[in-house]
Design a protein around this ligand. Structure first.
Ligand code: HEM
Ligand SMILES: *[C@@H]1O[C@H](CO)[C@@H](O)[C@H](O)[C@H]1NC(C)=O
Ligand SMILES: *[C@@H]1O[C@H](CO)[C@@H](O)[C@H](O)[C@H]1NC(C)=O
Ligand SMILES: *[C@@H]1O[C@H](CO)[C@@H](O)[C@H](O)[C@H]1NC(C)=O
Ligand SMILES: *[C@@H]1O[C@H](CO)[C@@H](O)[C@H](O)[C@H]1NC(C)=O
Ligand SMILES: *[C@@H]1O[C@H](CO)[C@@H](O)[C@H](O)[C@H]1NC(C)=O
Ligand SMILES: *[C@@H]1O[C@H](CO)[C@@H](O)[C@H](O)[C@H]1NC(C)=O
Ligand SMILES: *[C@@H]1O[C@H](CO)[C@@H](O)[C@H](O)[C@H]1NC(C)=O
Ligand SMILES: *[C@@H]1O[C@H](CO)[C@@H](O)[C@H](O)[C@H]1NC(C)=O
Ligand SMILES: *[C@@H]1O[C@H](CO)[C@@H](O)[C@H](O)[C@H]1NC(C)=O
Length: 529
């Protein structure tokens, strides 16, 4: 009895950080954090010396790296933080032309970073979260320490007050700027050393600090902070302490702009000596300080818990009504699992109004993907689909992996079958520049939504996405679905649905709006007959 109680307790503790699927925002953040195969960011930092100006930009120039730009962009975004007032911080205010035009933000690295990161921004991933995520993945992939990621940053709607330190300022100005940001003098030394493990000073924005170099391998004339400027390590400290450093903010010809020299020496070199002696101390200190930097947000912003990988995570899940059958498509990811032909993964599901997992199917292996740091994830697909009796419906599912039940601590993986896409949706014009047709949504008998609508994301570079809703009209005389307890709501569309060929379904019930899992892709509809 005691053993059983302890076992239950530990099982719950082990799950303490994981959230319960589905959660649109956490699912999106978790995927961007851990699903690294064909990740939209990885191509820009792997290998670590990758530099391309913008997503399709010039790759022939050298001396710079995307990773250095991202770390500097993150710091400059955070550096407007006023910890006492609770203003500024990691809020993507760096994107505003007014901030970019300030002397404290000289250089093209900020625009470059924002352009590259934009593809991962969506309604669940703010620009500030995307910047944070990209920077964390970059640091981790380029030999840096693991950094705990929390999401939920909110993008500023206007520029923040200035406040990024500049190299010609004196030590007391730097100490007070970091104090305002919430960092002690010792933390200031640490955070700058951590940041200046990457990159360097470019001639073009800082001609008074560094010279033009005649080096075909460094066309941007960047004087680097240490000899290993695209990877994380403590060379910034060892080279400084040994007197070999070429850091242009330590040994620059004009002492006025030698800010790293003043700052690193400001505690008699105690902190830098400790970093030079211990790579592990340097790495763990940087993990702490980078985390603090990323989590310095305006007051009122509530960050999520640390995003941990879900041990078992359904993905791309969708229900579509076809005659008397609900077709369940999707896949499930087993975290930290290798390819194993002997593994059996079964999906069990319960009827709409039941918690008894009466039905089961065996899932097919769909290979493994990279989760980072040597971890792989094994995928199992519902392909082509799991057929569900539409009269009985589906309430929740769970998985059994080699006999072990995976049900999120008993709650199961809850699905909603009350509002689903209907397979009767069709195209009257399949010309991809001018799709027209009818979108049908099936509403389960006994449910009565206030509204059903499509949600389209409008993405514009340098701005958070805007959501446009298109209502699907409530039918005056509801028509019944064939052979299933559903009525059909329809929307006739023309002209590629005004350009919104890909969207999601939303429903409002009892004053609460929620998103229905699965994308609606007009291109996939069959011809109307
Ligand atoms: C007193 C504080 C600081 C001063 C005066 C300072 C100054 C500078 C200057 C002048 C540059 C050259 C930028 C360019 O040429 O584009 C630079 C680059 C950089 N800084 Fe700082 N910095 C400070 C703190 C930090 C902090 C706290 C971080 C990160 C945690 C950081 C990260 C970087 C990175 C990664 C680069 C390289 C950018 C690249 O190579 O594209 N800096 N810094
Ligand atoms: C950054 O991009 C904005 C918007 O595209 C542009 O107005 C600005 O000139 C760019 N700044 C730099 C320094 O490239
Ligand atoms: C440039 O890099 C290449 C390849 O790493 C090297 O062979 C060459 O010597 C370098 N050139 C200069 C001028 O440093
Ligand atoms: C050193 O830098 C400061 C700040 O940029 C500048 O005012 C000063 O003229 C420079 N001194 C020399 C000798 O170049
Ligand atoms: C810190 O160390 C550097 C390199 O050894 C040295 O040049 C400098 O004088 C030291 N600064 C202080 C304040 O001890
Ligand atoms: C649905 O049922 C009709 C007959 O009632 C049949 O013609 C049609 O092929 C069925 N559709 C599917 C997708 O099974
Ligand atoms: C799984 O479903 C099959 C029928 O499809 C049934 O025979 C079998 O007993 C079920 N297995 C379990 C463990 O419920
Ligand atoms: C679906 O479920 C209903 C209600 O339980 C039942 O009457 C019907 O026979 C089932 N259909 C099939 C194809 O099993
Ligand atoms: C739809 O089905 C319900 C109950 O099955 C029935 O009462 C109603 O008349 C049907 N409506 C139409 C338009 O067929
Ligand atoms: C959609 O178009 C069809 C045929 O043109 C028409 O009969 C139907 O009433 C339209 N439906 C809606 C909801 O507008």
């Amino acid at each position: 009895m005691l053993a059983l109680t302890l076992f239950t307790l530990f099982t719950h503790l082990a799950c303490a950080n994981a959230y319960v699927w589905p959660s649109p925002q956490l699912d999106a953040l978790e995927a961007l954090r851990f699903d690294l195969d064909s990740h939209p960011i990885l191509q820009f930092i792997d290998p670590c010396d990758t530099f391309n100006f913008g997503p399709n930009g010039d790759t022939s120039i050298s001396g710079r790296s995307n990773i250095a730009d991202w770390i500097r962009t993150s710091y400059h975004d955070m550096a407007t933080h006023n910890a006492a007032a609770g203003t500024g911080g990691m809020d993507a205010s760096i994107r505003f032309p007014e901030e970019l035009a300030r002397d404290e933000n000289v250089g093209t690295g900020f625009n470059n970073t924002l352009n590259i990161l934009f593809p991962i921004v969506n309604r669940y991933v703010s620009i500030a979260d995307a910047l944070t995520l990209g920077t964390i993945i970059a640091i981790e992939n380029c030999n840096g320490p693991q950094i705990a990621f929390r999401g939920g940053r909110i993008d500023a709607v206007s520029p923040n007050a200035p406040g990024v330190p500049e190299p010609q300022q004196d030590l007391s100005a730097h100490i007070s700027a970091f104090a305002r940001q919430g960092f002690s003098q010792k933390e200031m030394i640490g955070l700058i050393a951590c940041g200046h493990s990457f990159g360097g000073v470019q001639h073009v924005p800082f001609p008074q600090i560094v010279p033009e170099l005649d080096d075909p391998n460094n066309t941007q004339s960047v004087s680097h902070f240490d000899s290993t400027f695209v990877t994380f390590d403590n060379n910034v400290a060892t080279e400084y302490i040994s007197g070999r450093t070429k850091n242009p903010l330590v040994v620059g010809h004009n002492d006025t702009t030698n800010s790293d020299k003043r700052i690193f020496g400001s505690d008699g070199n105690v902190t830098m000596k400790a970093f030079a002696t211990s790579p592990t101390l340097f790495a763990s200190t940087c993990a702490t300080l980078f985390t603090k930097m990323f989590n310095s947000v305006p007051k009122g912003v509530k960050l999520t818990d640390v995003i941990a990988p879900l041990p078992v995570k359904p993905d791309n899940v969708q229900l579509v009504l076809n005659n008397d059958t609900l077709r369940l498509t999707g896949e499930v990811r087993l975290w930290n699992a290798k390819e194993d032909p002997t593994r059996t993964v079964r999906l069990f599901y319960a009827d709409h109004a039941s918690t008894a997992y009466k039905h089961n199917v065996t899932l097919k292996s769909a290979g493994v993907t990279n989760g980072g740091r040597g971890i792989t994830a094994a995928w199992y697909t519902f392909s082509p689909f799991v057929p569900i009796n539409a009269s009985k419906g589906i309430g929740r599912m769970r998985f059994v992996v080699d006999g072990k039940v995976e049900d999120q601590g008993g709650v199961g993986f809850v699905l909603r079958d009350d509002v689903v896409l209907s397979g009767t949706s069709c195209l009257t014009n399949s010309d991809t520049s001018n799709l027209a047709g009818r979108l049908d949504v099936a509403v389960r008998t006994g449910t009565n939504p206030t509204r059903i609508f499509l949600e389209h994301e409008v993405l514009t570079n340098f701005n958070p996405p805007r959501i446009v809703e298109t209502d699907i009209p409530r039918p005056a005389k509801p028509s019944n679905a064939t052979h299933a307890p559903y009525t059909i709501w329809s929307l006739n569309f023309t002209n590629n649905m005004d350009g919104f060929t890909s969207s999601t379904l939303g429903v409002e019930m009892g004053g609460v709006k929620s998103a229905i899992l699965g994308k609606i892709e007009l291109f996939g509809f069959p011809p109307c007959t």
